[in-house]
Ligand binder design. Sequence first.
Ligand code: ARG
Length: 479
Amino acid sequence: MEHRQTESPPSYDYVMNHNTPPPSYPSLETLSATQVQPYYIPQPVHQTPAPCAQTIPAQTVRASSQRNKRYCFGGSSVTAVIVVLVVIAVWIGVRYGPSLWALTEKETPPDTCPPSSVDCDGKKDCSQGSDECRCVRFGAANELQVMTSKTKSFLPVCAQGWNKDIADQTCQQLGFRQSYEVGFLNTSSFTFQSLNSQFTSTIQASVNTSTSCPGQQTVSLQCSKCGKPPGSRIIGGNAAADGQWPWQASLHFQGSHTCGGSLVAPDFIITAAHCFPKGTTGSQLPSNWKVYIGLVSQLQLPNPYNVKQIILHQNYDPASNNNDIALLKLSKPASNIQPVCLPAFDQKFPAGKKCWTTGFGVIRQGDDSSSTLLMEVEVNLIDSSVCNSYSVYGGRITEKMQCAGDLKGGKDSCQGDSGGPLVCKVDDKWYLAGITSWGNGCGKPNNPGVYTDVGQLLMWIYGKMQLSLICHSLHHKRV
Ligand code: ARG
C-alpha cells in the first residue's frame, strides 16, 4: 500500500477511510482483499460468523445464543417485503423524524455563566455548574487535592476531621457512587485545605486554607476498587482470559459490535468520540446503543446496559482526531464489575513502557467482521517526537495523543477496537493510559496505533462526570 505521509494533515476522507468511524463501516466493506495484512500475533482465531455481514441484525437480542445470529435475505418476495418496509420507514422518518429528533437528539444546551461567576466557591453560578466542576483532582498516591476560589491552586486536604461520610460525599461529587478506600499521607506542603466542622454540598465549599495541619497528615482517597483484575492470564496467548480485562466494554450500535470502551466508574464508560460520527444517522442517539461489559466472547453476551447519555468532547475534531474522547453514562450502575483506574494528575507513562491494548476489532486489516473473542496485544509506548517525525506521522500527533505499538510493525489495534483501552500496569494496578483512536492501516511498519492520551484529559473526564450529576435534572429532555 502506498499511503506515504506528507507534512500536511490528511484530508478528512483520508482519515475517515483509514480509521473507519465504526457505525458506518465504510472501509471494512471497501478494503480489497489484496490489502489484507496480518498484524495481531498471527494465530487462527474464530471469527464472528457473518455470512452476510452487511445486513443489519434483524432484531434486538433475546437469548444469548441468538445474539450473534445474522440474517440472510434472498429471493424476490423477501426483496418486495424489504422494499415495503423501507417505504414505511421512510414515511415514518419524514412524518415524525423532526419531532423525534428534537426530543431525543437535542444537544445539551451550552453552559451559560454570568460575568460574576466565581470558580470553586461552592456556589453554582453557571447554568450547568461548570464553575464548580473542576475543583477536585488526585495527585500521586491518590492524594486528594482541592481548589477553592481563595486558593486558585490545588492543595492537599488535611486529614483532621476526615471521615467515611465526607469521603463518600466527595466521591459522589466526582460521579462515583461512594468511596472505596481512605488513607493518610505525610505531605511536605506548607499550605493545606482544612475541613470545616460541617460538610456542605461540595468538598470545595467545606474547606478553608490553612498553614497548619497536625502531623502534616493529608487525605489519600480512592473512589473505586480499580485496576486489579481477578482473573489470571494465558501466557503468550492472544485471546484474553476471562476476568483479565474486566473493564473492557463492547458497544453495540443497532445490534452490532462497533466500538470498545472502558468502565471507569459504576455509571461511566470511556470511549472514543469518533464512534459517534455526525454523518451516521442515530449514532448520537443513546437508545441505539447497548453496552456489554466484562465479556470475552461476542457469543456469550452478558446482560446489556442501556445508555442514558452520550457526552462527546466539545473540541473533538474529526479531521485530525484531536480530543477523541467520549463518556457514556449508563442508565443504571454496572454491578460487580471492576473498573480500570484513571491515572493521577502528574502520572506519566514513560516512552518504551510495555502496555496492553484489548478489543473485539478485526484481526486482519480488511477483514469484514470483528473478532468473536476479546484479543489482547502488548504494545510499547512510543515517544511523541519520534511518532511525529517525518517517517512516522509527520506532525499529526497532538499533545492529546499517545502512540503505541511497534515501529517495526505487527503489534497494533485495528478497526473495531476504537474506544477501547490502552492500559499500563504500575504498582500492581492497571491504569487507563489511552483510548484506541486511529492509525494508518493496522500493524504496518512506521504506522503505530494512536491513542487518546487520557492523562491529558482528566479534568474533562472528572468535570463531565460531575456535571452529569450536578445537572441531573437538566438532562431529562422535555418536549
Ligand atoms: N479507528 C479505528 C476504529 O474505529 C481504530 C483504528 C486503530 N488503528 C490502529 N492502527 N491502531 O476502530
